[in-house]
Design a protein around this ligand. Sequence first.
Ligand SMILES: Nc1ncnc2c1ncn2[C@@H]1O[C@H](COP(=O)(O)OP(=O)(O)OP(=O)(O)O)[C@@H](O)[C@H]1O
Ligand SMILES: [Mg+2]
Length: 249
Amino acid sequence: MPVTGAVVPAACFDLRGVQVRLGPAPRPPALDGVSLRIVEGERVAFIGANGSGKSTLLRTIHGLLPLTAGLCQRPAGQRMAMLFQRPHMLRVSALHNVALGLWLKGMRWQESKALSHEALARVGLSDIAPRNGRALSGGQQQRLALARAWALKPDVWLLDEPTASLDPHAKREVEELIAEFTATRDGVGANTLVFASHNLGQVKRLASRVIYLEQGRVLADLPVNDFFNPDLLQALCPHAHLFVQGESW
Ligand SMILES: Nc1ncnc2c1ncn2[C@@H]1O[C@H](COP(=O)(O)OP(=O)(O)OP(=O)(O)O)[C@@H](O)[C@H]1O
Ligand SMILES: [Mg+2]
């Protein structure tokens, strides 16, 4: 009989009892006792009030912050791209903002520029390629940051409130790009998406799993359909239920 064992997806991140302090005690840690495993192909949303630890958790899984306790494991060689809550633009052209990142990763300059043109075209920014990255609008900068991430061909996308502060039209456009870019990885396997958002409609559209944070702790970790089932959420996590009731849609 052929062996047809289910394929167990590989973990992209495995956190055990993670604590992160950003300031000295007695200030409470920004993350405390966080244990979670995110596997390849998952689409995970972090939600919670301002200061609950969403950005800290994204930066921690990206490896940007030292842990004060616990473990955070990720496979070697995993390609990650992160979009920060406020995109960092260099004072050079939009094209060079993308190309320099590729060049710094070891790509030849001519190739970097060619791929950057392609990346700008993917996000609909070809016409602003020569403009200074810092002189672009918020929505254009967010799309430029997405182009930079796309050019890196990541396995894992880490996005920190990718559409906050955009107008409704730009929100929709950027969200559609995210959906498109994270749907497949060159037609092979599935991308992994981990993002923070205050937009619960967006969470419903993009996520398969929702993690609710409060004061640096994970209080709920549920499949998206369970999370948005009010009776179930109220029974499982009254704090998350209250938060969802209070958020605008
Ligand atoms: N650089 C820093 N130094 C000290 N404390 C910080 C720093 N950055 C964040 N914090 C604190 O860490 C906690 C978690 O902040 P974090 O930015 O992760 O929250 P968040 O959920 O992303 O909030 P928001 O919704 O406002 O983006 C907060 O109490 C915040 O004040
Ligand atoms: Mg944040």
